[in-house]
Structure formats: structure tokens, C-alpha cells
Design a protein around this ligand. Structure first.
Ligand code: G3I
Length: 321
């Protein structure tokens, strides 16, 4: 896929989210990854809960191993993520924020985390989600009231962005959000947040639109909506990564294949779109969990048991293959 994309859009990276487990134990997985993708996003290994299980203690080994593998195969790495409500270790989640003195000491602890992590990875990341999923999980437009918000207030994305820039001015910074892939209030709020962040001295390069399509019947992204979306971010001077695209379909049907193709084609056509990443490689390692907490193991990705799916073929066609 990356080789095909390079013929028409040499600047566009085709990527996948990866986990170290299958990467080190499953030859099919590694072969498919290396043979198709020019960029990787560690699915979990760079989240705060995995990088710093206790305050001041850092466990970089897994992320370092993934990055080393990617670099040895000529793939670039997108870091995911610094400020993310859902993936914080307990010590970070429970930092005190009731008084000015508490907020001051917690601010120092949070900024120390940012500086330590970004300095550690400096020079090895092409891009980084400095903030992930800032808005309410109910698809609204207000901030999740996490520790970053409680300590730094509504300007926290700019605070994080500046701290990241101070440690690594070259890494391209993104805010990544779900449910903002289609025009509407949430997308408008994300665009405003990104623009405001830069107006406050932040260094955002763009936004990540996750594009998880959980229900093809109700959440499918149309070509027209995607085109409007990419144009709107372009007009605001922001680049876009399609950052976590996947299309859930229990059967692996043509409808699913068409949806994958539509999203990739929209990205390919827009100069604002700098990366297309899918949130997995093979259905064997599906990340999604059903309501009973069991792994879904459906047909979500471009490969199924090491074999290309109709969605993969549709993606190749979009890229002229
Ligand atoms: O590694 C631990 C293991 O030690 C422990 O025994 C086990 C018990 O629960 O948990 C394991 O960690 C799990 C981790 O995946 C690695 O498998 C976490 O519980 C589980 O919550 C975590 O789920 C991840 C989820 O984000 C939450 O961070 C998914 O793999 C990952 O695909 C998903 O990705 C998110 C993006 O970061 C942001 N956008 C949405 C996307 C899908 O939800």
C-alpha cells in the first residue's frame, strides 16, 4: 500500500497501529506490516499508563522495541499519546488540584512527565498526539475534566504543546479526537480548539480524525462529508491525519470494503491529508471488546488470518494498484 501511494502522493504515509506482542511472535503479522505500511502508531505502548506506572518511574522498553523495529524497516513513527484521560496511570489521575499550592506542584509533576517522555523519544518520532480525545465521551463539545484541565484550565492543550516543543521542536504535533470526522458541532469545536491552541502559543501541525466506523449502517463516512471536512481544516491552516480508521463488519462485506476505499480516496485527494492510518493490521488481534468484555474477533481490518480481505483489494485499487 505504501509503495502504491508513493507513486501519486509521495508525501502521504499509509500507517497501522501496532502492538509488540504479535510483532515479535507472529511472522505473518510482521510480514504484512512491513510489506504494506510506511508508518506505525504504537497502539498502547506510549500511553502514560504504560510509560510511567509510578511517579518518576519510566518503562520505555516496549515502546523503544517497537520504534527500533519500525526504524530498521524504514517506517516512520507516530507517537500516541501525551494527555489522554482514559490511559493515565493512577498517580497521574490522582494528583491533587484543590488549592493553588496543589495545582502548582501537580503542574510541575505533569510537565516533568512531558519533558522526560518527549526528551526520551526525541529524534525518533515524526509526529505525536499531544492531546487525545479532549472532548466529552458523549460526543459533546466540552472538555473532559481530567487532571490536565483541573491543573492548567481550558488552555491546557497549549501548555502541553509548548512543553513538547521545548523538548523536541521538530516533532509534528496533533490533537486527536473521535466523532469529529464528519461536519458538525464536534468537528467545529475541534477546529476551534486547534486554532485557539496555536493562537495561545501552541505548535500544532494539525488534527487527527480517528474515523472509527463502528456501525456501517449509521456511522459510514461519505465522500462528500469527508471532502468538506478536509477542506475546512485546510482552510484553517491545519493538516489532517486520518488516524485510527477501521470499519466494523461481522462478515467482511463489500460495503465494508467500499467504506475503507472511500476514506482512503478522500485522504488521497486532499493536500491537507498527510497520513492515513488504520487501527490494526489483522483481525486476529482485534482490539475491540464486546459488551461482555470478550474480544470481538470480527472482521475489522485489512487482513484476516494473514490473508488480504476485500477491503485490502479495494484500498489497492484506490491507490492505482
Ligand atoms: O497490558 C495490560 C495487561 O497487563 C492487563 O493484565 C490487562 C487487564 O485489563 O490490561 C492490559 O492493558 C489493556 C491494553 O489495551 C493492552 O491490551 C487495557 O486494559 C485496555 O484498556 C487497552 O485497550 C486499549 C484502549 O485504547 C484503551 O487505552 C486498546 O488496546 C486500544 O486499541 C485503544 O485505542 C484507542 C486509542 O488509544 C484512542 N482512540 C480510540 C481507540 C480505540 O478505543
Amino acid at each position: 500500500l505504501q509503495a502504491l501511494a508513493a507513486k501519486t502522493r509521495p508525501d502521504l504515509r499509509i500507517g497501522a497501529a501496532v502492538a509488540l506482542g504479535p510483532l515479535s511472535s507472529d511472522e505473518d503479522y510482521a510480514r504484512v506490516l512491513v510489506g504494506n505500511f510506511g508508518s506505525i502508531t504504537p497502539e498502547n505502548a506510549m500511553k502514560p499508563q504504560f510509560l510511567s506506572p509510578r511517579q518518576g518511574v519510566y518503562t520505555f522498553e516496549e515502546a523503544d522495541a517497537i520504534i527500533a523495529m519500525a526504524q530498521s524497516k524504514g517506517m516512520i513513527v507516530h507517537g500516541h499519546t501525551i494527555a489522554f484521560t482514559e490511559a493515565m496511570p493512577r498517580w497521574m489521575r490522582e494528583l491533587p488540584s484543590g488549592t493553588d499550592a496543589e495545582r502548582k506542584s501537580s503542574a510541575a509533576a505533569l510537565l516533568d512527565y512531558v519533558t522526560t517522555v518527549v526528551t526520551h523519544f526525541k529524534g525518533r518520532l515524526d509526529s505525536l498526539d499531544v492531546v487525545n480525545e479532549p472532548f466529552d465521551v458523549d460526543q459533546g463539545t466540552s472538555f473532559q475534566q481530567n487532571i490536565w484541565y483541573r491543573v492548567f484550565g481550558s488552555g491546557y492543550p497549549a501548555v502541553v504543546s509548548k512543553a513538547v516543543y521545548a523538548a523536541d521542536p521538530a516533532v509534528k504535533q496533533f490533537i486527536n479526537e473521535n466523532g469529529a470526522d464528519v461536519p458538525g458541532r464536534r468537528q467545529d469545536a475541534l477546529r476551534k480548539l486547534a486554532s485557539d491552541t496555536n493562537a495561545q502559543g501552541g505548535h500544532l501541525y494539525g488534527v487527527g480524525l480517528q474515523a472509527h466506523v463502528y456501525d456501517i449502517g449509521t456511522d459510514a463516512i461519505s465522500a462528500g462529508d469527508l471532502s468538506k471536512t478536509l477542506d475546512a481544516f485546510d482552510a484553517a491552516g491545519l493538516r489532517v491525519r486520518i488516524s485510527e480508521n477501521d470499519v466494523t463488519d461481522d462478515q467482511g462485506t463489500d460495503t465494508q470494503a467500499q467504506q475503507y476505499a472511500t476514506v482512503l480516496a478522500g485522504c488521497l485527494r486532499s493536500r491537507a491529508c498527510v497520513s492515513y492510518t488504520t487501527w490494526g493490521v489483522d483481525d486476529r488481534y482485534d482490539w475491540s471488546i464486546d459488551h461482555d468484555g470478550n474480544l470481538r474477533q470480527g472482521h475489522d481490518f485489512l487482513f484476516h488470518d494473514g490473508q488480504p480481505t476485500p477491503a485490502y483489494d479495494a484500498m489497492r485499487q484506490v491507490l492505482g494498484g
